[in-house]
Design a protein around this ligand. Structure first.
Ligand SMILES: N[C@@H](CCC(=O)N[C@@H](CS)C(=O)NCC(=O)O)C(=O)O
Length: 211
C-alpha cells in the first residue's frame, strides 16, 4: 500500500492520527498541495477529486476520502476499534463523525477558503475552480461558535463523542477544533466541557505524534 499525503493539512492529519492509534505504518508519497501537485494528471488518475489523503492498494485500486480510507483500514485492523463494535456504537460514531464534519469542519473550511489569505478561485476543493464568496467568512465564524456550543453541551454528559471510548468521531472533532485555531476562532472560556475534552484527547500519543 501507499498513502498520498500532505501531513500539514487537516484531513491527512485525521488519517495520520487514526493510523497512529492502530500502529499501522504505510509508506507515504508527499503531494505538495501548495505547488498544485494534486491537479497533475498522474495524481488525478488516482484521486478523481484531486484531494489527499488517498490510499493506493497493492492491486492499484485507489481509495480517497478520509472516512472511506479509515473504514477500509478498520476492517483490516479491527483493534483497537475506532468505529465501534456494537450496532449502537457503530451508529453513534458515524452520526457524530458526520455532525462534526458537516457542522464543524466545513464551517472552518468556508471561513478559511473564502477569506483574503486563500488562493483566488479555490473556494472549494476538487477538480473545478469556484470563486470565493466573502459572506461565507462571517457565516463560517457563526457556525463554528454554534458548533462549539452544541458539542460543549453534548460533552457535558459523556467523556467522548460516542460514550466512554475514544473513536473516529473524536478524531474528526479534534482536528476540526484545531483547524478552527488556525482560522483564529478559539474555544470560548465558558465551554468548559469542550475545553476539558480537548485537553484530554490532545494528550494522546497519537495526537502528540501528529501535531
Ligand atoms: N472530503 C475529503 C476532503 C479532503 C480534503 O479536503 N483534502 C484537502 C487537504 S485537507 C485537499 O486535498 N485539498 C486540495 C486542494 O485544496 O486543492 C476527505 O474527507 O478526505
Amino acid at each position: 500500500m501507499k498513502l498520498y499525503d500532505y501531513s500539514d493539512a487537516p484531513n491527512p492529519r485525521r488519517l495520520n492520527i487514526f493510523l497512529s492509534e492502530k500502529s499501522i505504518c504505510i509508506p507515504r508519497v508527499h503531494v505538495d498541495l501548495l505547488k498544485g501537485e494534486q491537479f497533475e494528471a498522474s495524481f488525478k488518475a488516482k484521486s478523481p477529486n484531486c484531494d489527499v489523503p488517498t490510499l493506493e492498494l497493492d492491486d492499484g485500486t485507489c481509495i480517497s476520502q478520509t472516512n472511506a480510507i479509515c473504514r477500509y483500514l478498520e476492517t483490516l485492523h479491527p483493534e483497537p476499534p475506532l468505529y465501534g463494535t456494537t450496532p449502537k456504537e457503530i451508529g453513534l460514531i458515524e452520526m457524530w463523525n458526520q455532525i462534526c464534519f458537516t457542522n464543524g469542519f466545513q464551517a472552518v473550511a468556508d471561513l478559511f477558503r473564502n477569506g483574503p489569505d486563500w488562493f483566488e478561485e479555490r473556494a472549494l476543493i476538487g477538480p473545478h475552480n469556484y470563486a470565493k464568496i466573502p459572506e461565507l467568512v462571517d457565516r463560517g465564524r457563526q457556525r463554528i461558535m454554534n458548533f462549539y456550543a452544541d458539542i460543549n453541551h453534548h460533552l457535558a454528559a459523556q467523556c467522548y463523542f460516542a460514550g466512554n471510548h475514544f473513536s473516529a468521531a473524536d478524531i474528526t472533532a479534534l482536528v476540526t477544533v484545531d483547524f478552527a485555531q488556525w482560522a483564529k476562532v478559539p474555544i470560548p472560556k465558558q465551554c468548559k466541557s469542550l475545553l476539558h475534552w480537548h485537553a484530554l484527547v490532545s494528550e494522546r500519543p497519537s495526537v502528540q505524534a501528529n501535531s
